[in-house]
Design a protein around this ligand. Structure first.
Ligand code: WQD
Length: 338
């Protein structure tokens, strides 16, 4: 049974990916310093899979602590690296925290991957690397634009660090560019746990619907889109999770040292904010209390994926539609209030 180290394993996408890896026969170890996540996720994973996952609560910017994981687990085949700060607004307020945390942890992990021969390295990247693309849908060849936040810059720099490392060392690396991950595992045993007031659309919707927030704002309805609100590619977190299992299987099967491949993980469907709200109201039966507010600084008008490469090369197929994304997000929010 091959062992995969999942960093950020207690986080939203990390926990869902651990479930999928276990269901596809992998042994999994997690490392998460719980600075942005709760180890309650491990209980949810155990509820779904019956497996107790070991989590190392260490800081990956600490090289000695990071190496201790590899000394204790010499049989790690691959690494799926989620652990990073990811709040766009916070990254503008605290850029050095973001550069130190997101980049030092990555460098430490890559050094261990080389030193301990864990050659398969999957990196959690983001559509944010495309900036405000000239043409949509974006393919993996769409030129990147200058990042519009330190968070986005750490993803672009992370991709460059990995590409350069794979050029020199015998690692087989894959960069997965997520679009907008939403929803929760159908068991409702794991889901998204935003810290503080949610910045992202779907948690803002569900927290408003359940009454945690009195109202939510639609950030602008005067954009040049079919209903004036921004367009994004919302994708179910379980579809994102399964893509990681397929990516690690692809990497192990092809066994291409010194390689770095990029895949877009989006559904290929662009959905407006108002359409997302309508889909939520339909599946939840809740009339959402929202108002149209001013545009949010830094928002791009429209982005969604061309996912042909992941479909054709990884054999990936999105299983969940927008209504299931909204329904599972809603059921998860309701479960938090029990
Ligand atoms: C989506 C749309 C908002 C909240 C960010 C990161 C990206 C990735 C996903 C990590 C926008 C609108 C939102 C609200 C609103 N994260 N909105 N009212 O900005 O596309 O992407 O999260 O990888 O890197 O940049 O996602 O969910 O914040 O916003 O109208 O209360 O919803 O203006 O148009 P975004 P989002």
């Amino acid at each position: 049974m091959q062992t995969i180290l999942v960093t950020g394993g207690c986080g939203f996408i990390g926990a869902h990916t651990i479930v999928d890896l276990i269901e596809h026969g992998f042994n999994v170890i997690s490392v998460d310093n719980l600075s942005r996540a709760s180890d309650k996720s491990l209980l949810g994973i155990e509820k779904i899979t019956g497996k107790k996952i070991k989590n190392y609560t260490i800081d990956l910017t600490d090289k000695v602590a990071t190496e201790s994981i590899f000394k204790e687990n010499p049989n790690i085949t691959g690494i799926i690296h989620f652990a990073a700060y990811k709040a766009v607004g916070e990254s503008v307020e605290k850029p050095l925290d973001y550069y130190e945390n997101n980049l030092c942890s990555l460098v430490n992990l890559l050094q261990m991957a080389v030193k301990y021969n864990a050659p398969h390295f999957i990196f959690s990247s983001s559509c944010t690397v495309y900036g405000n693309p000239e043409t949509i849908p974006v393919t993996e060849e769409t030129p990147l634009q200058t990042a519009t936040s330190p968070y986005g810059a750490t993803k672009q720099m992370g991709e460059t660090i990995i590409k350069d490392t794979a050029f020199t060392y015998p690692l087989s690396t894959i960069l997965l560019r997520y679009f907008n991950p939403v929803g929760a595992h159908p068991s409702i045993a794991i889901g998204e746990l935003p810290i503080g007031r949610p910045q992202n659309l779907v948690p803002a919707i569900t927290q408003t619907a359940i009454g945690k927030l009195p109202m939510m704002q639609v950030h602008g309805s005067d954009y040049d889109t079919r209903d004036g609100s921004c367009i994004r590619d919302y994708i179910h977190v379980c579809d994102i999770a399964h893509a990681h299992t397929l990516a690690i299987q692809y990497s192990i099967k092809n066994n291409k040292p010194k390689s770095c491949e990029v895949f877009n993980l989006g559904t290929g469907n662009g959905i407006t904010v108002l359409e997302a709200i309508k889909a939520f109201e339909k599946v939840s039966g809740v009339q959402l209390n929202y108002e149209i507010g001013p545009r949010r600084a830094g928002d791009i008008v429209s982005i969604y994926a061309n996912n042909d490469k992941a479909v054709n090369q990884l054999g990936w197929k999105c299983k969940y539609g927008l209504e299931e994304m909204m329904l599972t997000a809603w059921q998860w929010e309701q479960s938090l209030s029990k």
